[in-house]
Design a protein around this ligand. Structure first.
Ligand SMILES: Cc1cc2nc3c(=O)[nH]c(=O)nc-3n(C[C@H](O)[C@H](O)[C@H](O)COP(=O)(O)O)c2cc1C
Length: 226
């Protein structure tokens, strides 16, 4: 597909204002998104590039959930697994997000990599990971993170920070040595994607957007206006 040749001299002054953010990467140096790509493979390729340039946590993603009646809430979680089955994160299942997922399994994920000037939107429904998967991931975490997961009633009111620290100490005394059993309310969810949108910034807000929407065993692929 031919690329739009944006000639600054043909644009009005207001359209040639400098972008407010510094151009970390030369915009428009990227080819247009390949609509023939497999969305999982493309996700992996973009993630690999983000891993090279993000200051930290390239796997951080916004997770949006909603109540049964559609009131949304959003927070960051870390992506801990991605393959053709979906996108996995771990959390306390009694947290606010866990309670919302119990009522309504539909979620949206959002990756924004400033250093890459890219975002990826993913939508789908969650299913719990297997207990074996959750056990294996829990066991891989640092000891203090595991103690913290046992001690924390995530998203519940905490009267005083010292109450949490006291609990942490008690948990440490209960489990002076490994293993620490995974709490029943600490596990993972896998988002099975129904929809991917890849977004690449281009000059003058003439961005490139490409959507993969699941259609049975296939994907309907379209470009969107920026
Ligand atoms: C970079 C980053 C990564 C995070 N990763 C996780 C995570 O993987 N799991 C998690 O439960 N909370 C994670 N958190 C904390 C959540 O954003 C949130 O505060 C917590 O899960 C409670 O959310 P909730 O009350 O909506 O359930 C992370 C926060 C940040 C800023």
């Amino acid at each position: 597909m031919p690329q739009l040749d944006v000639n600054e001299h043909e644009l009005s002054p207001s359209m040639t204002e400098t972008s407010p953010s510094p151009a970390a990467l030369p915009l428009d140096s990227q080819p247009l998104i390949d609509l023939a790509a497999n969305p999982f493979t493309l996700f992996e390729a973009w993630m690999k590039e983000a891993e090279k340039t993000e200051v930290n946590d390239p796997n951080a993603m916004v997770l949006a959930t909603a109540t049964r009646d559609g009131r949304p809430s959003a927070r960051i979680v870390l992506l801990k697994g991605a393959d053709h089955r979906g996108f996995v994160f771990y959390t306390n299942t009694h947290s606010r997000k866990g309670r919302e997922l119990e009522e309504n399994p539909h979620v949206a994920l959002l990756f924004h990599w400033k250093s890459q000037r890219r975002q990826i939107r993913i939508e789908g429904a969650v299913t719990p990971v297997t207990p074996e998967e959750a056990d294996a991931y829990f066991a891989s975490r640092s000891r203090v993170s595991r103690l913290g997961a046992v001690a924390s009633d995530q998203s519940r009111p905490l009267a005083d920070r010292s109450a949490f620290e006291e609990r942490l100490k008690q948990v440490e005394e209960t489990y002076p040595q490994d293993p620490i059993p995974r709490p029943a309310n600490w596990s993972g969810y896998r988002v099975n994607p129904e929809y991917f949108e890849f977004w690449q910034e281009r000059r003058f807000r003439l961005h490139d957007r490409a959507v993969w929407a699941r259609n049975g065993n296939d994907w309907d692929v379209t470009r969107l206006y920026p």
